[in-house]
Design a protein around this ligand. Structure first.
Ligand code: S3P
Length: 439
């Protein structure tokens, strides 16, 4: 689907769970709460669960494993099966475009001990799975991949009564998907498992598993988990709005003149708020207020007004704390004064697309001065970005970032493959419309 986003003069809106203008529930927490609830005993109830392409494949996979769930009015209820209660599915589990589904599922299935094949879309089959396969093998899981270390993943049945091994796992990447996969497998280990990661990846799993009664300690870059002795407790939780979805609207308001938006009840977990920190150092007129906690997750509001931004440098741990936000951050940098440099961001090459390469190719098409580096990119900001036609390249976050760029461009942006937004934020264009964009 092609969609044209015109240049806009003003955006205003208040996003709040009390109105019908609400930021959809957090994607990472939606995946985790659905899967962890299935592994618990008793009935869980998750409010503001994200209704999108990637969460639907997680729910479909749970159905194939014999899990009963209901999803009505954004409330998900799940009847837990316990750690060892999954049924062996008839066919392979189809994980669509969702790396979170395949990687988290692999950990849960390794714990459960059943035989299963995990597969996905052509795009998902290109994403690296060796990062979960190596540590899972270290724990004693019998798992194989396609030749390139990619999906399909085939997990063999574990003999009844046999546990997985524990020990120290050193992760090569700061990846919450990998960390979560190993922690889920570790629930069925015979001894303590300790994970050390090279950077501060998101810690939703640690917070949730603790809240569900797991014996887990997290300190700095290390997590220790003892084998599960009693079933995980069910969850009753309202999910915060997804800060990674809100990020598009925040940057839209910053770079479109005369704009002001308020976003309430959005997730403000410090391991997810790198973009907000960077935008503030760039001069963004933005107030971020933590108002409370839900299910162990900090929640609050963000108020943003149009601002003149200055270029900056992003590197090190900050990259990990804003790993999903680089496409829209690049758009903010494109409209900032001066140079912006992103380094240490090699991981971007392994996302829904090679995000360094496609960001450069597609932003150049609409007039952005961006140069590719091996581990990042350099942008020379400008007030005048012409606009034009560019492609989403099958990447939901690139589609939304191009739309945001269109708002502050001279002639608007025509997005090829705009329908990809349905993967994580189906109502995105409708929300822009409600903020005053004439789509
Ligand atoms: C996610 C972790 C991140 C992120 C993805 C969701 C998660 O991936 O990019 O959108 O829910 O754990 P990595 O952990 O591989 O960096």
């Amino acid at each position: 689907m092609d969609l044209f986003i015109p240049s806009s003069k003003k955006l205003t809106a208040i996003f709040s769970p009390e109105s019908d203008l609400n930021i959809p529930g957090d994607k990472s927490l939606s995946h985790r709460t659905a899967l962890f609830s299935a592994l618990a005993s008793g009935e869980s109830r998750i409010t503001n669960f994200l209704d999108s392409g990637v969460t639907q494949v997680m729910l479909n996979s749970l159905s194939s494993l014999g899990v009963q769930w209901k999803f009505v009015d954004n409330i998900l209820t799940v009847r837990g099966k316990g750690l060892y209660g999954f049924q062996t599915p008839v066919n392979s589990l189809y994980c669509g475009h969702s790396a979170t589904t395949i990687r988290l599922m692999a950990g849960a299935l390794a714990a459960s001990g059943i035989a299963v094949t995990l597969d996905g879309s052509e795009g998902l089959r290109k994403r690296p799975m060796d990062r979960i396969v190596e540590p899972l093998r270290q724990l004693g899981v019998k798992i194989s991949t396609a030749e390139q270390g990619t999906a399909p993943l085939v997990i063999q049945v574990r003999p009844a009564g046999q546990k997985l091994k524990g020990g120290l796992i050193e992760l090569k990447q700061a990846s919450a998907q990998v960390k979560t996969c190993i922690l889920l497998a570790g629930l069925a280990a015979e001894e303590t498992i300790t994970i050390h990661e090279p950077g501060p990846s998101r810690d939703h799993t640690e917070r949730l598993l603790k809240a569900m009664g797991a014996d887990l300690q997290a300190e700095g870059l290390q997590v220790r988990l003892n084998p599960l002795e009693k079933d995980l407790l069910p969850l009753k939780m309202r999910l915060p709005g997804d800060i990674s979805s809100a990020a598009f609207l925040i940057v839209a308001a910053l770079i479109t003149p005369n704009s002001e938006i308020i976003i309430e009840e959005v997730g403000l977990n410090p391991r997810r708020t790198g973009l907000l920190d960077v935008l503030q150092t760039m001069g963004a007129d933005m107030q971020v207020t933590v108002t409370g906690e839900n299910g162990g997750e900090p929640v609050g509001s963000v108020k943003v007004c149009s601002s003149e931004l200055q270029g900056c440098m992003v590197e090190g741990d900050l990259v990990v704390r804003m790993i999903d936000e680089f496409p829209v951050f690049a758009v903010a940098a494109a409209f900032a004064k001066g140079e912006t440099v992103v380094r240490d961001a090699q991981e971007l090459r392994y996302k829904e697309s090679d995000r360094i390469q496609v960001l450069c190719s597609e932003l150049q098409k609409i007039g952005v001065d961006i140069t590719e580096m091996e581990d990042g990119f350099v942008i020379q900001g400008s007030e005048y970005i012409s606009g034009g036609t560019a492609e989403s390249k099958g990447d939901h976050r690139l589609a939304m970032s191009l739309a945001v760029a269109g708002l502050a461009s001279q002639n608007g942006v025509n997005i090829r493959g705009a329908d990809m937004v349905s993967q994580s934020f189906p109502a995105f264009f409708e929300m822009l419309n409600r903020m005053g964009v004439e789509i």
